[in-house]
Design a protein around this ligand. Structure first.
Ligand code: FAD
Ligand code: AMP
Length: 478
């Protein structure tokens, strides 16, 4: 086998593996290097997303949601279950089975598309050469016309809470608990902290989430964030904002967590502590000093809007570059770069990257918030519709939350969609598609939606933008 490739991808997560598949589809001779070894000692592709991120966290969220429904929700429907048990090791095992299926799937896709998988570490040298070291320490040099760096990110660690075995853990460790902690602390009320806190809270843990910022979910639309805080608190999550963790002390398997808030020094004692304070780009050992690739001040590989680095023919995508750390953003960048290498004119629309928090209800949004528009001095109008008025949500007894749609005051073009509610991710995507096609709120209002369906809330929110909602009183009338 020749060691010359059209494309060498370093990193096999949703950015890297998707880029590799698309490049191979376009007829480019492609290799993808990944160094990840899973907990069974097996080299697997799929990156953070498949192994310790999106997929395993959703597997646990889904199991814990079913458990919660069976223990607390079914009775409302008249369904009696004498005793509901949760077998935590089985829950973890099922999660691992899902992960295995998907990582094997990536291996299969590489095979069917003709991507050469290389298990080991990649290092970018000068002159578009990649040094590949396999897991036995054998090294060889790969020449590539084009190189795509997709090495992703790793959890941030903070000095007051160093990781300790299975007691103080990061998000990866929190996917492996073999029993339900009686008291669980979480540092950081971001996406990961809220999702993992929800998993264990639904199974019975007393969960305290400590968040340094005063505002809860500061990047989320204020109305949606307020509703989220209300609903999640009602579910039993003890969310303490303005609480900065200053230290931890482990004694007899319990962790004392000290933090400061507006009233001074405080402490809680928990059995397990999850540190979920964000992620940082992963570039350790990746670049030789003369590679020519530069970083920004926060350690992300510097790229332009087309993901090109400072070195012609070298690109970087996904969590290792600027922008939201999301699997779909990484994948879209992967496709764009592969297509541009093949001479096509691809582009990512960075204005329309959807975000989702997979709590229940889900929180999903895309486009501008009211605060952003106010700060930019732009005139807008907003319509919202509560799920408590949705026939389908009532039928399902799942009525928390609302849909909010924001449109330009003059042109009526949809500028943002913010949802907390059942299936918010899928509902928000309907509006995102409309936004991609430059839809107005009126266009959405003129579209027919099936009845009874949760998406009728999207329809009504769009109608409410111009005061035409049928199933609620309108703030503005026309
Ligand atoms: P990664 O997935 O991190 O993959 C990078 C790969 O490169 C890794 O396998 C790594 O081992 C390998 N690598 C690194 N350096 C080298 C090297 N020098 N040589 C060879 N290989 C190397 N995002 C969502 O969109 N939705 C979600 O629901 C979601 N949930 C999440 C839940 C959790 C708990 C976590 C931790 C993350 C979640 N994310 C979610 C974020 C998502 O996982 C990341 O945004 C995504 O995986 C980034 O993809 P990537 O390809 O850039 O990098
Ligand atoms: P995210 O970046 O979405 O994963 O969220 C991480 C969250 O952790 C942010 O909201 C931070 O404000 C929060 N955070 C970071 N450091 C601390 C700390 N020492 N104590 C409490 N919260 C923190």
């Amino acid at each position: 086998m020749s060691d010359k490739f059209d494309v060498v991808v370093i990193g096999g997560g949703p950015g890297g593996y998707v880029a590799a598949i698309r490049a191979a589809q376009l007829g480019l001779k492609t290799a993808c290097i990944d160094k990840y070894i899973n907990k069974n000692g097996k080299a697997v592709f799929g990156g953070t997303c498949l192994n310790v991120g999106c997929i395993p966290s959703k597997a646990l969220l889904d199991t814990s949601h079913k458990f919660h429904d069976a223990s607390e929700e079914y009775a409302t429907h008249g369904i009696g279950i004498k005793k509901v048990d949760i077998d935590v090791p089985r829950m973890i095992e099922r999660k691992d089975e899902v992960v295995e299926k998907l990582t094997m799937g990536v291996a299969g896709l590489f095979k069917s598309n003709g991507v050469t998988p290389l298990e080991g570490t990649g290092k970018l040298l000068a002159g578009k050469v990649v040094e590949f070291t396999d897991h036995d320490g054998n090294t060889k040099q790969l020449e590539a016309e084009n190189i795509i760096i997709a090495t992703g990110s790793v959890p941030v660690e903070i000095p007051p809470a160093p990781l300790k075995e299975d007691i103080i853990v990061d998000s990866t460790g929190a996917l492996e608990f073999q029993s339900i902690p009686k008291r669980l602390g979480v540092i950081g009320a971001g996406v990961i902290g809220l999702e993992l806190g929800s998993v264990w809270s639904r199974l019975g843990s007393e969960v305290v989430i400590l968040e340094a910022q005063d505002d809860f979910l500061s990047v989320v639309d204020r109305q949606i964030a307020r509703e989220a805080q209300k609903v999640l608190t009602k579910q039993g999550l003890d969310i303490r904002t303005g609480a900065r963790v200053t230290g931890t002390d482990i004694k007899r398997k319990a962790v004392t967590v000290t933090y400061t808030d507006k009233d001074g020094d405080q402490e809680i004692v928990v059995d397990k502590l999850i540190v979920a304070v964000g992620r940082r780009p992963y570039t350790e050992g990746l670049l030789s000093v003369d590679s020519g690739v530069t970083m920004d001040e926060r350690g992300f590989i510097y790229v332009n809007d087309q993901c090109a680095t400072d070195v012609p023919g070298v690109y970087a995508i996904g969590d290792v570059v600027r922008g939201p750390m999301l699997a779909h953003k990484a994948s879209e960048e992967g496709v764009m770069v592969a297509e541009r290498i093949a001479g096509e004119k691809a582009q990512v629309n960075y204005d329309l990257v959807p975000s989702v928090i997979y709590t229940h209800p889900e929180i999903a949004w895309v486009g501008k918030t009211e605060d952003e528009l106010k700060a930019a001095g732009e005139k807008y109008k907003a319509g919202f519709f509560p799920f408590s008025a949705s026939g389908r949500a009532l039928a399902a007894n799942d009525t928390d939350g609302m849909v909010k749609i924001i449109a330009d005051e003059e042109t009526d073009r949809v500028l943002g969609c913010h949802i907390i509610g059942p299936n918010a991710a899928d509902l928000c995507q309907q509006v995102l598609i409309a936004m991609e096609f430059g839809s107005t709120a009126e266009d959405l209002g003129l579209t027919m939606f099936p009845h009874p369906a949760l998406c009728e809330a999207v329809h009504e929110a769009a109608l409410a933008v111009n005061g035409h909602a049928i199933h609620k009183a309108n703030r503005r009338r026309k």
